[in-house]
Design a protein around this ligand. Sequence first.
Ligand SMILES: [Zn+2]
Length: 393
Amino acid sequence: MYAIKVELKLNNKERTLMRKHSGYARFVYNYGLALTQNLYAFGVKASIAKQINEIKKVFTGYTKKQPENQWMNKLSSKVYQQAFMDLGQAYQRWSKGLSARPVYKSKKDGDSFTVYDGNGKTLTFAGNKIKIPTLGTFRLKEALPCRYVSQTFTISRQANKWYVSFAVEADRIPPTYHPEESVGIDLGVKCFATLSDGSQVEAPKPYKKAKTKLSKAQWRNRKKQFGNRRQGVKQSNRAHMFFDSLAKKHARIANQRQDFLHKTTTGISRKFYRIRIEDLNVSGMLANRKLSAAISDLGFYEFRRQLIYKAEFFGTKVEVVDRWYPSSKLCSICGNKHDNLKLSERIYQCQNKSCLAHTITIDRDLNAAYNLLNAPMDRVRLAQPEITLADKK
Ligand SMILES: [Zn+2]
């Protein structure tokens, strides 16, 4: 099972609808939390599951019917059911010691809510529209590549963008035709990806520049206060504007990178059947601080994760060459090993004087990509998808 997260393309009316549902989910969660806390104060000993069941009855039989709560009846009833379930799960996690005691949700935590189809799983079609159970049909920024089967859908907001995410039980997809058989890919700091077919993918460079600008803006605005109602701190208009634009800038940078990675991995998965990449020693690379900033900015790890999960619907085979395989040191023509190749040397020249690569030098990354493509089978394994619940924010 894996999760799909796509951006929704909403108009103002739809945006308001989503905000209302988020508010509804928050209201019900906090309502349930307040009542369980009251029951606790009164010394009620029943299990949390039982308590929440009773609270739900009070909610539907009484609270929801009050004239001031009429607005709830215009919204999806799945939202309150799910909010009570979420509360029950939050208590469960707490009782198992997996998280802190449930706390009240505030507007500041952002908007998010979940709906599901009461009749079971629904089919989501390929294309740029999505039908969300009990909410309706909405447009998508990027088309879904194939059909999915899912039951629960979570809608969330990051800055001014809305997303829908849903878990997918890998549904067999119509086989895709791949124009090319195999490719080896070398990832690097200088050039993001070099493919053994000779093509190169350059990473967008706005990130570093944008980051410097951001830290400057944060320093200049360091005295601005985030509002806090309980402590009686009011957020000024200027502070509000600043924090709002800050959130938007952060989201834009993350989106740019994500866009780039998605386009690249989709393109590669469409073109090639067998994709060979180097195993990333991510923790090892992250120990080198200079390299680590470059690498986490570029998103090698995310690149690999996307290739692996896209294998399910493009019908590709992603293979990993073990990290000790000297793909950058070997000559891709004669197999001679170049032991003192410096990281700064961008050209590979074979040390074997009778080799073609001695006279005609070759791009270092391209040489590595060839070696990955032709790595011996005992250095290669099939990449395994990781078990992650959703795309990391
Ligand atoms: Zn050679």
